[in-house]
Design a protein. Sequence first.
Length: 246
Amino acid sequence: MAAFLFAFPGRLHRRERIADLFWPEMNTERSRAALNSALWRLRKILGQEPSSNGGRNLRSIGDDVVLDQEPWLHVDSNAITALAKRVALGSDSQVAATLEAIRSAIELYQGPFLDGEEDALFVEERERVHTCFVTLAHNALAQYIRQSDYADAIAVCRKVLSFDPFREFFVRNMLGLLCLDEQRAEAARFFERWQKVLRAEIGVGPMPETARLFQLIRQCDNHDDIESIRQTLCLEKRGVLNLHSL
């Protein structure tokens, strides 16, 4: 429940709706009692922040509950989505200046929002946060490649693939970056492991462009081949954030 309220600060939520979402197996009386207890505990936790004035930003208004957004209240999912929106709206120079902030936001992502909750509201927010996370990863990856910072670029790919293992844009970048970082043997091992899992779990093979890049990596033996791999990564389309979804 706390994650739900934190994700939607400033919104009014009907008590009955919250109770149905998080205590559906209980009757009305027991679910409302569970809600009251959870709100009391959350207010006590918020009250540990000196600026919260006793957790008073968690308020009951009639049959509604609202968690007011305050400057001291920092929520990971909101930080990710807010930065993704700023990056999408900013100029190239503005974006370059935020690389450290982008990487920090990427590190905040710890997996799907309220994973396991299948209400449409949760599913929509889960997709929105994940899309913003991937968009920030695209942006950071492009900047690291331009700077020839292969170690940090590889770390970004690993982060995305740990949650989204079949997103082949990042698989291709992972392969190419390992090669550029003089880790061709690791690139080959990574591809073979990934390809086996793809076939076992999805029942398909790699996309043609992924297979072509791997062949180029296997045959790579001179500077021109290295430059071709680098250009392949630089020419990959960057993710586009749909601002209307924010």
